[in-house]
Design a protein around this ligand. Structure first.
Ligand code: ATP
Ligand code: MG
Ligand code: MG
Length: 582
C-alpha cells in the first residue's frame, strides 16, 4: 500500500511518539476515577482518538470526514479509536439516533472493537464523575455558584473590546458554594436560578475563559439516565473529562473549538492537581470542518428539510446524511476515497460537490456491471424484421473485465430507443437516427432509418428502420459497416418496465444558506424526477443495493427500501459526466 498522505496532525503524532510523550505510566489517580478507567492504560506507542457525536440526529458527510480521520489514524498507528456518544444534553437525544450512528460508522467500514477492547462509550455513564470533580473544583476554590439571572450574566460578560465584570456572587465561600451546588443537584432550585461557573478571569481576552458555566439546572429526562439528574454538565466541562477518563491522546475537533482549547487545558490541569488524572493529558488539535457545495452539513438544517417535507426523510437519496448517501448508491469506499482526497487542513474552505461525485464514479467504474436502460422511450419498428422472430444479443458484463462474463438479452422487431436519439430534421453534427441515416444498435445490427409515425398533434410516436442481416456485432460481416452512431435499446416485448428516480443536487446554489440567507430558498426544484423506464431484462434479477452503470446515463443503484424481488426500483447515484461545470 502507498504511504498515507501526511498532514499536520500526523506530524504532531509522529513527534509525540518520537519524544516518548506516551511512555508507559501508571494510573495512580483518584480511587473513584481510577475505576472508571475502562480504557486500558496506554501502551508506549499507542495513540487513542475518539469520534464523539451527540446522538441528536443522523450523521452527515461532515461527520464522515471526522470518522475517517479518527478511525483512520488509529488504524495507521495501530492505536485505538473510541466510539463515544457525547450524550450529556438531555434534550433532543434519542436511542434512534444512537442506533443509526453506530450503523453508519460500521457501514463506513470502521470498528471500535478489537480482540481486546470494545471501545463503545457513553458520556452519560460519567455523570457521577463529572459531579465528583465539580465538587472538588468547588472546594478547591476553582468554581462557584452564580445566582445572577441570564440577562445579568450576559451583561456582565463584557465584549471582545471590554472586560467583563465579576459576579456579585463570585466570592462566596467554598462551603456555601458546595451547599448550593448540592441543592441544585437535589432539585431544590428552579431552572435558570443558579449555574456553576469556573472561577478563571472575567478580564480574559478569550471570552471562553470569563468564568464559563460548568453545570446548569435542567429539569429534563435523559434518554439513558432518566430522571436521576436535574443538573447537566456543559459541553466545555464534560468533553475534556470524557477524553481524559478514556485516556485519549489526541482529541481532534473542528476549528470552532480553537478558542475553547485554553479552557480544555485549564480544566484538565486543575483536575490533574486534584489527582483525578495523571499527565500527559489529552491534547486537543483542531482541523477544518468540511463544507461541501450544493449541500448543507448541519444537523439543524437537515432537520428543517425533513420537518418542512422538502425531502422524504433522513435517508432520502438527496440528503448528504450517511444513510441518504448510502441509499443514493454511494459506497463506503467512495466516501473514504473522498475523505482521503480532501485531506485535513488548518483553514476552513469549501470542497466542490463534484469531488464527492467523482470519487463515486472512480470507485464504481471498475465495480459496476454495465446494463442498458432507456429512460425516455420511443418505439422503433424494424420493418424488415420477421414478425415473431426473437434473437439473442450478447454484451460484456464489464468491458474491461472479460472474466465477469456476458449478459444475454433479446432483440426483436419492436424496440425502445431514447427519444433524443431520433430527429426528423437533424441539427448540425447529429449522427444518430434521422431519415436516410445508418446507426448501429449496440450489440445488435446496423439499421437505416426510413421515416416515422406521428399522432394527430404531430408528435413522433414511432420511428421506422430496416436492418442489415449481415451486420450483427461480433460476426465477421459487422466490420464492413462504418457508422458513427451507436444507440442503446431494449426489446419492447421483453424490456423490464421499472420505476427510476433521477436525482440531482438538492440545492441550486453552491453555498445554500450562506450569509444568513434561508437555505430553503436555494432548493433545486428539479432535484427528483420519477420516471418509468424500459430496462434490459437481466436487471429483473437486481438485488437491493446492486449498482450498475446504465450505459450513456450514469451509475444507478437498486433502491434498498423500495425494490422488491423481480421488481427493482432504481436511483440515479451520479451521471457519467459532471453537468454542473464543477
Ligand atoms: P452539526 O453541526 O451538524 O450539528 P456537530 O458538530 O454538532 O454537527 P457532533 O455530533 O457534535 O455534531 O459531531 C461529532 C464529531 O463530528 C465532532 O467531533 C465534530 O467536530 C465532527 N464534525 C461535525 N461536523 C463536521 C464537519 N462538517 N466536518 C468535519 N467534522 C465534523
Ligand atoms: Mg456537537
Ligand atoms: Mg454543530
Amino acid at each position: 500500500a502507498l504511504p498515507a498522505p501526511t498532514n499536520f496532525i500526523r506530524s504532531a503524532i509522529d513527534e509525540h511518539l518520537a519524544n516518548g510523550k506516551y511512555a508507559p505510566r501508571r494510573w495512580a489517580g483518584h480511587p473513584d476515577v481510577a475505576q472508571a478507567h475502562r480504557a486500558a492504560p496506554l501502551d508506549p506507542a499507542k495513540i487513542r482518538t475518539r469520534f464523539p457525536p451527540e446522538p441528536n440526529g443522523y450523521l452527515h458527510i461532515g461527520h464522515a470526514k471526522s470518522i475517517c480521520l479518527n478511525f483512520g489514524l488509529a488504524l495507521d498507528y495501530a492505536g485505538r479509536c473510541h466510539m463515544r456518544f457525547d450524550d450529556t444534553n438531555p434534550e433532543k437525544e434519542e436511542q434512534e439516533y444512537v442506533d443509526s450512528i453506530l450503523d453508519s460508522v460500521r457501514w463506513l467500514g470502521f470498528s471500535w472493537k478489537d480482540s481486546q477492547e470494545d471501545n463503545l462509550y457513553f458520556a452519560s455513564d460519567y455523570f457521577d464523575h463529572f459531579y465528583a470533580m465539580a465538587e472538588w473544583l468547588v472546594l478547591a476554590g476553582h468554581a462557584y455558584v452564580d445566582s445572577q439571572n441570564t440577562e445579568e450574566m450576559r451583561a456582565n460578560r463584557g465584549t471582545l473590546t471590554e472586560a467583563g465584570r465579576n459576579s456579585p456572587f463570585r466570592d462566596r465561600s467554598p462551603e456555601e458554594n458546595l451547599r448550593l451546588f448540592r441543592e441544585m443537584r437535589d432539585g431544590k432550585h428552579a431552572e435558570g436560578s443558579h449555574v456553576l461557573r469556573a472561577k478563571i478571569d472575567m478580564a480574559s481576552p478569550n471570552m471562553n475563559m470569563r468564568d464559563p458555566a460548568l453545570y446548569r439546572i435542567r429539569v429534563a429526562s435523559h434518554h439513558r439516565t432518566g430522571d436521576k439528574w436535574c443538573i447537566y454538565p456543559m459541553y466545555d466541562y464534560a468533553h475534556p473529562i470524557e477524553d481524559a477518563l478514556e485516556n485519549i491522546t489526541h482529541s481532534l475537533c473542528t476549528l470552532e473549538f480553537q478558542d475553547h482549547r485554553p479552557l480544555y487545558d485549564w480544566l484538565l490541569e486543575r483536575l490533574a492537581e486534584g489527582k483525578f488524572f495523571d499527565k500527559p493529558l489529552p491534547q486537543q488539535i483542531e482541523f477544518a470542518r468540511l463544507n461541501l457545495t450544493y449541500t448543507i452539513t448541519s444537523k439543524r438544517k437537515l432537520q428543517e428539510l425533513i420537518r418542512g417535507g422538502h425531502v422524504d426523510g433522513w435517508d432520502d437519496p438527496r440528503m448528504t446524511t450517511i444513510v441518504g448517501l448510502r441509499r443514493r448508491g454511494y459506497t463506503p469506499e467512495s466516501i473514504r476515497l473522498f475523505c482521503d482526497r480532501i485531506g485535513v487542513a488548518k483553514a476552513d474552505s469549501w470542497v466542490d460537490m463534484g469531488t464527492l461525485e467523482l470519487a463515486l464514479r472512480d470507485d464504481l467504474e471498475a465495480k459496476a456491471a454495465r446494463a442498458v436502460a432507456v429512460l425516455d422511450p420511443l418505439k422503433l419498428v424494424i420493418t424488415n424484421w420477421p414478425e415473431g422472430k426473437v434473437e439473442d444479443c450478447e454484451a460484456p458484463a464489464h468491458p474491461q473485465q472479460p472474466e465477469r462474463g456476458k449478459r444475454v438479452f433479446p432483440i426483436s422487431r419492436e424496440l425502445w430507443i431514447e427519444r433524443e436519439d431520433f430527429a426528423e430534421t437533424p441539427p448540425k453534427g447529429f449522427f444518430r437516427l434521422f431519415p436516410g441515416n445508418r446507426v448501429r444498435l449496440r450489440y445488435g445490427y446496423v439499421i437505416e432509418c426510413t421515416g416515422c409515425e406521428k399522432d394527430a398533434d404531430g408528435n413522433v410516436i414511432a420511428v421506422h428502420a430496416t436492418y442489415f442481416d449481415d451486420s450483427k456485432s461480433g460476426t465477421p460481416g459487422a466490420d464492413a459497416y462504418k457508422v458513427k452512431g451507436n444507440l442503446h435499446w431494449a426489446s419492447a416485448a421483453h424490456a423490464l418496465d421499472a420505476e427510476v428516480r433521477l436525482y440531482d443536487r438538492l440545492y441550486k446554489d453552491p453555498h445554500p444558506g450562506a450569509g444568513d440567507t434561508d437555505h430553503l430558498a436555494s432548493l433545486n426544484p428539479d432535484s427528483k424526477k420519477v420516471i418509468r423506464a424500459k430496462l434490459e431484462p437481466t436487471l429483473a434479477a437486481a438485488l437491493p443495493d446492486d449498482r450498475f452503470q446504465f450505459e450513456r446515463h450514469g451509475y444507478f443503484v437498486a433502491d434498498r427500501v423500495d425494490s422488491k424481488p423481480g421488481a427493482p426500483v432504481f436511483n440515479r447515484a451520479v451521471t457519467l459526466k459532471d453537468s454542473w461545470g464543477g
